[in-house]
Design a protein. Structure first.
Length: 272
């Protein structure tokens, strides 16, 4: 199966990415999409994609880093030109993770919303000019409303199959609007956690139930969001299998069926 969104391009995998990729393959995860969160991690995702046949890269700037590419690091001012260069690489299959995030993390406060919007829109334009689908990151339902409003206002920049909302959460209203715009939605290991995710209105299982099978994608967001019972440990792409088993039970279909359909969905969105 495919892990549609993870970060083997992060420091956490610097020492052992080769073993992690081999372990994933052994577990049945043959294809991995690594996503950038800033210019440096996007470049690293491309380097990894060059090394391994079944690894692909999605490049972009996460809303957490939106201020760093403008005010904090003047040397990153050329970020959009850098991304444009990278986007032409044959193993780059999408733009992301980009979007709007209003969740206040311990490691990262809320970045000025106006800066987040400007950086997001520039990446929508880049995706349009390069004819690449999007991997959207958005957290809190308030931020999701802004993300959806921006996407609606820039509908002319979206592809017919526009991409996916990664790590979906939020209200049913947000889910339906994302689906209406043509997006698929990705679910991760945190679907196995009990209760409602912090800052969100509904348990993820409610959203999974309402997501049509042909719009559902499975991802790990490794090194984060390790499924139960290993929550808290470093996550790896191999755990996509556990999440697929969990989601298969919610959708009342077999594991084989969920894998076949969600892989097909990834191939519909991205040119792998
Ligand atoms: Zn994310
Ligand atoms: Zn991510």
């Amino acid at each position: 199966m495919i892990d549609a969104h993870c970060h083997l391009n992060f420091h956490s995998f610097e020492e052992d990415y080769d073993a992690v990729i081999a372990e994933a393959k052994k577990a049945g995860v043959h294809t991995i999409i690594n996503t950038g969160t800033q210019v440096s991690s996007s470049k690293w995702a491309v380097d990894l994609a060059e090394k391994y046949e079944r690894l692909y890269a999605v490049i972009g700037v996460h809303p957490h880093h939106a201020d760093k590419v403008t005010t904090m690091h003047p040397e990153e001012q050329g970020w959009i030109a850098e991304l444009e260069k990278l986007a032409k690489h044959p193993k780059v299959i999408g733009i992301g993770e980009c979007g709007i995030d209003y969740y206040s993390y311990q490691s990262n406060g809320i970045v000025n919303p106006a800066i987040q919007e400007a950086i997001f829109i520039q990446q929508l334009e880049l995706a349009h000019s390069q004819k690449l689908p999007l991997q959207i990151h958005t957290r809190t339902d308030e931020a999701r409303k802004v993300t959806l409003a921006i996407l609606k206002a820039h509908k002319h920049l979206l592809l017919d199959v526009p991409g996916m909302f990664h790590c979906m959460a939020g209200s049913l209203e947000s889910l339906y609007q994302a689906l209406d715009l043509g997006f698929s939605v990705g679910f991760d290991g945190n679907t196995t956690y009990a209760g409602t995710p912090p800052g969100e209105p509904l348990p993820l299982t409610d959203l999974i139930e309402k997501t049509p099978l042909e719009r559902l994608v499975i991802e790990t967001d490794s090194p984060y969001l390790t499924p139960m019972p290993d929550r808290g440990k470093r996550n790896t792409p191999a755990s996509a299998i556990l999440t697929a088993r969990f989601i298969a039970r919610i959708k009342n279909v077999s594991f084989e069926e969920i894998v076949e359909q969600t892989d097909k969905n990834v191939y519909t969105i991205f040119n792998l």
